[in-house]
Write a protein that binds this ligand. Structure first.
Ligand code: PXG
Length: 465
């Protein structure tokens, strides 16, 4: 067993990593030059690196370790399931107990009549399932021309060909021949950056009505679905104006299109309810889930599907789609145990009643910092926009992300994982975070902001672009 006391020295690990390991979303040459930070263990909300340094993980890994690190029960659930039945599939009229139990549990937890689930190994796979499923659904209903899926610029829906095409990340579309055909993007509801002279409420309505105009332009007979994150995560924790979702829901109700809520981040308590759709009053036909479903302890995702949609798919013969690891028994057992703990320890109530109100109070005060424009959050996902000129909501003159990266580096040096997306700083800590740990998070964030501001002044970077 490799433990903190007997692993290779950090430089040796970094050299092996740089020589053999291709990392996601990382510039390889830069990584090799600087060496990756090696995380060796974690407990609660705290990571430990290979030099024994403790870091507060305000990103819950990648928005997934909702229950916190080091839960023995989950390790035991995995070991028990591996001993009993480490693998079997759910293809060709077979099934197994963990997949059955998890499907039934999800049907119970999910809002409305989302009572069927198609399993995948993560969010990207689930969104690829969704593309095929909604097109197959309309074809089965005698409307094969309904193929276009409308999504949003700066959305993140995953990295596979289909999911990255749904996503609206220009840098991703620039590589590998994306997007695939019949995906259409409208603008995001990011008032801070794009709202101009409109009030947030006017802007939310305007951006929602882009969906209506897109459906009219493309033809309702050609549109299968609209997909969106209730609150954009990887795009920078863009909390939409309150007017946005009611208008989107109205449009989806009036038009014959399916609504897909991508809840990979917002699901399982993140916004203070089991699902972001409940927080934002959305009634999706399909919901993408992953991450918090197992608190990241084992890879699992899926599509929660409304009964009517699942019924049409079931009646249409064989759905020629599936993954070796759809409903993997070990992942399903871990997810079940995670959900059991969440219910027993009332983790969603902790977010709603304790952690989110405390973070909201402390986060709002960050807007008084000279470097911070808007400070927004939904439950335990929060962002601040860094700016050289608050009144003008101005971006920096330096290329987008320059300042955000400086701030992220200061955070790391101060023992805090806070991500940057361009020049927005974001957090999404484990849901079990305590008020005292939130205070520590804020203390380290403020120190990092102060140091960033000092460096920007020193380097002449406090300039609007
Ligand atoms: N949908 C949403 C809304 C996501 O946030 C996916 C789908 C894809 O899930 P998988 O399990 O295939 O990764 C995600 C994933 C980041 C970051 O840097 C965000 C994600 C993944 C990796 C990095 O913020 N979100």
């Amino acid at each position: 067993m490799q433990t903190i006391s007997n692993h290779l020295p950090t430089e040796r690990l970094q050299a092996l990593d740089a020589a053999h390991h291709m990392h996601p979303f990382t510039a390889g040459a830069e990584l090799a030059a600087r060496g990756a930070r090696v995380i060796t263990s974690a407990r609660g909300v705290m990571l430990t690196d290979s030099d024994g340094v403790q870091i507060l993980d305000a990103m819950a890994g990648l928005w997934c370790v909702n229950i916190g690190y080091g839960r023995e029960e989950l390790a035991e659930a995995a070991a028990r399931q591996m001993r009993e039945l480490p693998y079997y599939n759910t293809f060709f009229q077979t099934t197994h107990v963990p997949a059955i139990a998890l499907a039934a549990k999800l049907a119970e937890l999910a809002p409305g009549d989302l009572d069927h689930v198609f399993f995948a190994a993560g969010g990207s796979e689930a969104n690829d399932t969704n593309i095929r499923m909604v097109r197959h659904y309309w074809a089965a209903k005698g409307k094969p021309s309904k193929r276009i899926i409308i999504s949003r610029r700066n959305a993140y829906h995953g990295s596979t060909m289909g999911a990255a095409s749904l996503g609206g990340m220009a840098a991703m579309h620039a590589q590998g021949g994306l997007p695939i055909p019949d995906i259409h993007h409208i603008d995001q509801p990011d008032w801070w950056s794009e709202g101009g002279d409109m009030t947030p409420e006017e802007f939310g309505l305007e951006r929602a009505r882009q969906l209506e105009r897109a459906i009219e332009k493309l033809g309702e007979d050609n549109v299968a679905a609209f997909i969106a994150e209730p609150v954009q995560g990887a795009g920078g924790v863009i909390v939409p104006p309150d007017s946005y979702w009611p208008e989107i829901q109205r449009i989806c109700d009036e038009r014959e299109i399916l609504l897909i809520a991508d809840e990979v981040i917002t699901g399982f308590g993140r916004t203070g309810n089991w699902f972001g759709s409940q927080t934002w009053n959305i009634r999706p036909d399909i919901m993408t889930i992953a991450k918090g479903l197992s608190s990241g302890y084992a890879p699992i995702g899926g599509s929660l599907v409304r009964g009517e949609v699942a019924g049409v798919i079931a009646e249409a013969g064989e759905f020629n789609h599936g993954y070796t690891y759809s409903g993997h028994p070990v992942s399903a057992a871990v997810a079940l145990e995670n959900l059991r703990i969440m219910e027993e320890e009332r983790v969603v109530e902790h977010v709603r009643e304790v952690a989110a109100p405390h973070l909201a109070h402390r986060w709002a005060a960050l807007a008084d910092h000279p470097l911070v424009g808007e400070a927004r959050l939904s439950g335990l996902m929060a962002s601040i926009a860094l700016t050289p000129d608050k009144a003008a909501r101005a971006p920096f003159a330096s290329p987008a992300g320059t300042v955000g990266l400086i701030c992220r580096e200061r955070c790391f040096a101060n023992g805090l994982v806070m991500r940057h997306v361009g020049d927005r700083m974001i957090v999404a800590p484990p849901l079990v975070i305590t008020p005292a740990e939130i205070d520590l998070l804020i203390e380290r964030a403020v120190q990092s902001l102060d140091e960033t501001l000092a460096k920007l002044r020193e380097d002449g970077l406090m300039k609007a672009g």
